[in-house]
Design a protein around this ligand. Structure first.
Ligand SMILES: Nc1ncnc2c1ncn2[C@@H]1O[C@H](COP(=O)(O)OP(=O)(O)O)[C@@H](O)[C@H]1O
Ligand SMILES: [Mg+2]
Length: 303
């Protein structure tokens, strides 16, 4: 791509790196931070995830899209240790991550946020942030760990938490219960909390869902800034305008499999992708077909 003074360095770097990658499911990337092979997760008779091969390019923003029920959240759960596959393995930064518990995955530099936010509503914003430093495992783990960690690192952790709260404009809410925040502020808190472990890769499951339009731009800006800071982002999102706006690369899942990959423009024009959304409608799982076709084709964004 031509050098353009208006293109931020992180964007130019990511797009140049992906320029020659074939637009094919499972395509090899020049510098993959995450590589997964034959990852299968069944629920009874349903195969929710069946990913043959996937590579995520370091330093890029990759969108994972697909109709409801395609297996995106389940795939996130597997990769981050919140669920176990029936088969498959994957490496992150070259080391195997299959079977590794979520807090250890986080400490290896891969963190995720949830489709439904998991901020602990009865804790203050600042305490949610401090707990993020332990690698976002659930309650029982950090109750044991935190006291020891506190003694050694409390000040450093608090300083980092305050820095992130300022960056995410949540500093005024520092002492408030997380439960008192708006949906959008909770998404911001969750993203800020994920950054407490100074990750290499951030996985965001529907970061914009339920976010008031006033906060959407700010959230998008934060996601873009992660790329400028050299982080890798993998995110699930339904809004195709946002996918188009922020992603360097798009991977499409349908019925558990990767069915297409490429730049946002090629993927959204791909008949297989449109079919996948329509197919999901026929099983009664999602979406009005006309709306979906318009959305996938990007009709909304190109007036
Ligand atoms: N814990 C579970 N038990 C049984 N089925 C599940 C479970 N989690 C997800 N599924 C099923 O797996 C499929 C994929 O779901 P999910 O990963 O949530 O899709 P997506 O995030 O793409 O909408 C769906 O058919 C869903 O109903
Ligand atoms: Mg989901």
């Amino acid at each position: 791509m031509a050098a353009d003074a208006n293109v931020p360095p992180g964007v130019a770097r990511a797009r140049a790196a992906l320029k020659d990658v074939p637009h094919q499911p499972g395509a090899k990337k020049p510098d993959a931070i995450l590589v997964a092979d034959k990852v299968v997760r069944r629920f009874g008779g349903l195969t929710a995830v069946n990913v043959g091969h996937i590579e995520i390019q370091r330093g890029a923003i990759t969108a994972l899209i697909g109709p409801n029920g395609a297996g995106k959240t389940t795939f996130f759960n597997l990769l981050t240790g919140f669920d176990k596959p029936n088969e498959g393995d994957w490496t992150f930064n070259g080391s195997p991550l299959g079977g590794v518990a979520p807090h250890k995955v986080a400490r290896k530099g891969m963190v995720r946020t949830f489709q439904l936010t998991k901020a602990l509503s009865r804790l203050s914003v600042i305490d949610n942030m401090r707990l993020g430093a332990t690698g976002q495992k659930g309650e029982s783990f950090w109750q044991g760990l935190v006291p020891a960690l506190w003694k050694a690192q409390e000040q450093e952790i608090t300083a980092r938490a305050d820095e992130l709260l300022a960056r995410f404009k949540l500093d005024a809410k520092r002492e408030d219960f997380a439960g008192s925040l708006s949906g959008g502020q909770r998404k911001l808190l969750e993203m800020a909390r994920a950054l407490m472990v100074q990750p290499d890769m951030v996985m965001l499951d529907e970061p914009m869902a339920g976010v008031n339009p006033a906060l959407t731009q700010s959230l998008l800006g934060h996601v873009k800034s992660l790329r400028e800071d050299g982080m890798t982002v993998l995110f699930v999102e339904h809004d195709m305008d946002m996918v188009r706006d922020i992603s360097d690369w798009v991977i499409v899942m349908g019925q558990g499999e990767v069915i297409a990959e490429g730049t946002p423009d090629t993927v959204m024009a791909d008949p297989r992708v449109i079919d996948a959304y329509l197919g999901a409608h026929h099983d009664g799982t999602a979406h009005d077909p006309d709306e979906v076709a318009a959305e996938v084709e990007g009709g909304k964004s190109h007036e």
